[in-house]
Design a protein around this ligand. Sequence first.
Ligand code: THU
Length: 155
Amino acid sequence: MKSLNITTKIRVCDYIELNKMEKILVEVAKEATTRAYSPYSHFQVGAALLLTNQEVISGNNQENIAYPSGLCAERTALFYANSKFPTEAVDTIAVAAFCNDDYTTEPVIPCGACRQVIWETQNRYNRPIQIILYGKKEIYIIDSISGLLPLAFNR
Ligand code: THU
């Protein structure tokens, strides 16, 4: 029997190490948390996308009393971007979260369903999506969704 080893390169950065556009996306994601609708979890998530036409799109989590009807920030932003600019690829997604009166110390990590949607968006436009996950202590940068979803479902 042989084994396959899957590795992911995650760059662990401080805010000051980000370039200008990466800083903008982090700020837009942080600001988007303020408009989250999360009365059940009290966990406010914001996502910011840079599209290839240089548009910056933001989204946040939208909850519902029928819990599964809610949507994460990443998918809110991606579905809106794809609905408004269906010919534009996504270059970068930044994610931040606010809870207990502050932004999270650790980077916020996308759930499995969001990884699948990021993966399909990347595949749809055949262009790697850079992922920036903000935490106060450190920021993770991953060069492609394949790093977070290496064995994606694909017909
Ligand atoms: N949530 C997101 O919006 N994105 C993530 O990456 C993780 C979780 C939302 C879903 C729910 O509204 C709340 O955070 C608590 O799980």
